[in-house]
Design a protein around this ligand. Structure first.
Ligand code: URA
Length: 455
């Protein structure tokens, strides 16, 4: 890496070069990001207007793979990175990242499964975003669970039990905070290049040997079109590999909530049930996806001879109770009260609930899963604006999956909220989007494609 500081480039030159379709040099990219990271209110090395122009130029012109790898690396090292050398020599570090879904609680299963197999999972997660849930909001429904550990304590927990789950800190990838805030105001959020640099810089700051990406596609994904999800997956795999991290992406279907519950505590409850051997039929797809993703992680980390063998190992770690024992250790070490898992159904009991029944016979045939996600958020599981509290109680329970035969009067969805008044709008939203038809719908497989680096 050539050391560069903000002093060596002029932001306007970088903007003009990208605007005019030129390929940026490493020095230009590193210098621009250094200027973003080093600026202070008194010393504006690059102005908001210039950063916004740069973002729009990248949005319009795109980046070559080398430019993207450089941008990601410059962002990754714009702040503190996790120092994996504090772990035992030879420890393989690996994480999983999902591009966001509804009822997607697989991280809560995968971290203890993969740690129980002997790999290290330094997981830095996010909060609910738009219509999708966030791992941190779910974990924080466990009384005492601390998601804001220092990096030093994060390393200690990792050393002791193989996994630790925390939130983004102000010192990790500070450049992304600046870029993300401006993207939000300048219509540049959706660029696959900017999404890749944003996600991968934060993941690679975990100093990973391996990374498995769950790139969602379908009505509940941020990217609705298959080709767009695929392109994003390819960019992320290429960027991970360029950084020396073994990276695989799975394109997975998100056209209905994953598993039985969507919300915050209810998702923890579902995972605790699975780890204690209670396999509700509505959790089947969630268990399958968790085992598939964990299987790839175990394969990349050398614990299984193939991803399929890894998935079988993952399932056996769930069934034997080894994953649950690791989960309890993680929660304890992060300050959480594990007694709430003794009877999860009776903890955070919702004050109000309502059941949506089928109005006719037929098959559960379609839903806009993004709308279902918004209904979950409006029940109180998500935020109207950053910083708002989220409700531990709010969420939904699905009683049928797409393609299931349903009969008039059968429960389809139960809604939970903190008070009766919060149920009305989500109920209307769900009624409007959940369809029952005479024909059994065609279903996409849960995993549509696996993207790996071309040798
Ligand atoms: N999540 C991120 O962290 N960044 C993006 O750009 C999109 C999703």
């Amino acid at each position: 890496m050539t050391p560069r500081t903000s002093q060596t480039i002029h932001p306007l030159d970088v903007i003009l070069h990208k605007r005019d379709g030129l390929v940026l040099t490493e020095a230009e990219i590193r210098g621009f990001i250094a200027a973003v990271a080093e600026r202070t209110p008194e010393r504006q090395l690059v102005t908001d207007a210039q950063i916004a122009s740069f973002l729009m130029a990248v949005f319009q012109r795109g980046l070559s793979l080398p430019e993207l790898a450089t941008l990601t690396e410059a962002m990754r090292f714009s702040g503190e990175v996790f120092d994996a050398s504090v772990l035992a020599p030879g420890t393989f570090t690996i994480d999983k990242h999902s591009t966001g879904g509804v009822g997607d609680k697989t991280s809560l299963l995968i971290a203890p499964i993969v740690a129980a197999a002997g790999l290290a999972v330094p997981m830095i997660s996010g909060r609910s975003l738009g219509h999708t849930g966030g791992t941190l909001d779910k974990l924080e429904t466990i009384p005492g669970f601390d998601t804001q550990l220092s990096l030093a304590r994060f390393a200690e927990v990792l050393r002791e039990c193989g996994a630790a789950l925390i939130g983004q800190t102000p010192t990790i990838v500070p450049a992304d905070r600046v870029l993300y805030a401006l993207r939000d105001h300048t219509g540049t959020v959706e660029s696959p290049f900017l999404i890749t640099a944003s996600i991968m810089s934060k993941k690679l700051a975990e100093s990973l040997n391996g990374l498995v990406l769950d790139v969602k596609t379908g009505s509940g994904a941020f990217m609705k079109r298959y080709e767009d999800s695929r392109f994003l997956a390819e960019l992320m795999v290429s960027t991970g590999e360029a950084a020396g991290t073994k990276t695989v992406a799975l394109l997975t279907t998100m056209d209905e909530p994953l598993g039985r519950f969507s919300g915050n505590w209810v998702e923890v409850w579902e995972c605790v049930d699975v780890m204690r051997g209670i396999r509700h039929p509505m959790s089947r797809d969630m268990i399958e996806l968790s085992n598939t993703l964990a299987g790839w992680m175990l394969f990349l980390g050398g614990k299984a001879e193939s991803a399929e063998a890894g998935a079988a190992l993952s399932d056996s770690l769930l069934r034997s109770g080894a994953a649950y024992a690791t989960w309890l250790k993680i929660v304890e070490l992060q300050g959480g009260d594990t007694s709430v898992f003794d009877n999860p159904a009776s903890f955070h009991k919702p004050a109000a609930s309502r059941v949506l029944h089928a109005q006719q016979d037929g098959y559960l045939s379609a839903m806009d899963c993004t709308e279902v996600g918004w209904a979950v958020q409006r029940l109180g599981a998500g935020r109207a604006k950053p910083g708002d509290p989220v409700s531990a109680h709010a969420g939904i329970e699905m009683h049928a999956k797409l393609g299931d035969k349903v009969t008039t009067g059968q429960p389809l969805i139960t809604l939970f909220a903190e008070d009766e008044s919060k149920l009305d709008e989500p109920e209307r939203m769900l009624r409007a989007t959940v369809q029952i038809g005479a024909e059994k719908p065609e279903r996409q497989p849960l995993v549509r494609e696996v993207i790996r680096a071309t040798p």
